[in-house]
Design a binder for this molecule. Structure first.
Ligand code: GDP
Length: 201
């Protein structure tokens, strides 16, 4: 029963100042420009995450919290920095990867990692790498959900082919990835149901 989502703050790798909570957290991760901010805005129903004009600028973790009808905090959301931005120096990219690794390792209330892949593109080695890395984290308590973004840009035929291609490349079970569009709202309900399940577990 989420009524409101509030911005908590932006955080770098100084773990000491990350907001402490035992409430479940749901994190969003993907290549820069994959449509992550647009997805957050669609899911939360208000523009809470800036849709980037200059890709690759967010290098911090933006944390949000959700409240129920009684104004009680129910869960947290983390908008993780986009990776793989081509114009970013290799050094900066490595710094971001380390930061992401640290988040996955340390954030013990993380329940669900939503990994975004662009439905128009061939499965990318970088996305496969991140997925494998996130899956292989020792003692991980979080689940991983793969979402294919911008499906409104594909016709029916293309979307069938591309979704199947992602499913095979990332070895996903039937029904995955979830197809999503920030334009039509397709997939919004389904993603919310995964979020609810993860937050309740
Ligand atoms: P981020 O860098 O991952 O946060 O990506 P943004 O949400 O800023 O989106 C990057 C670009 O893709 C912007 O120009 C968006 O308008 C566009 N975009 C994002 N989601 C969708 C979508 O579902 N459909 C379409 N057609 N465009 C999208």
């Amino acid at each position: 029963d989420i009524r409101k989502v509030e911005f908590v703050g932006s955080y770098d790798d100084k773990e000491e100042i990350w907001p402490r909570t035992n409430l479940p957290e749901i994190a969003f991760l993907g290549r820069s420009n994959v449509g992550k901010s647009s997805m957050l805005n669609t899911l939360f129903g208000e523009p809470v995450a800036k849709v980037s004009k200059t890709p690759g600028r967010t290098r911090k973790i933006n944390i949000f919290k959700a409240k129920n009808g009684n104004d009680k905090d129910v869960c947290y959301f983390a908008d993780l920095p986009g990776y793989g931005y081509a114009k970013m120096s290799k050094d900066k990219q490595r710094t971001i990867e380390k930061f992401l690794g640290m988040y996955l390792e340390r954030r013990s209330n993380l329940k669900l990692l939503i990994l975004l892949a662009d439905s128009r593109r061939e499965p990318l080695a970088s996305d496969a790498g991140v997925l494998e890395y996130a899956e292989d984290k020792e003692d991980r308590l979080y689940k991983i959900l793969l979402v294919a973004t911008k499906v409104d840009k594909l016709n029916t035929m293309e979307s069938v082919v591309n979704i199947k291609r992602l499913q095979e490349a990332f070895e996903l079970p039937p029904g995955l990835p979830v197809s999503f569009s920030a334009i039509t709202g397709q997939g919004k309900k389904e993603i919310w149901s995964y979020i609810r399940q993860a937050a309740a577990a």
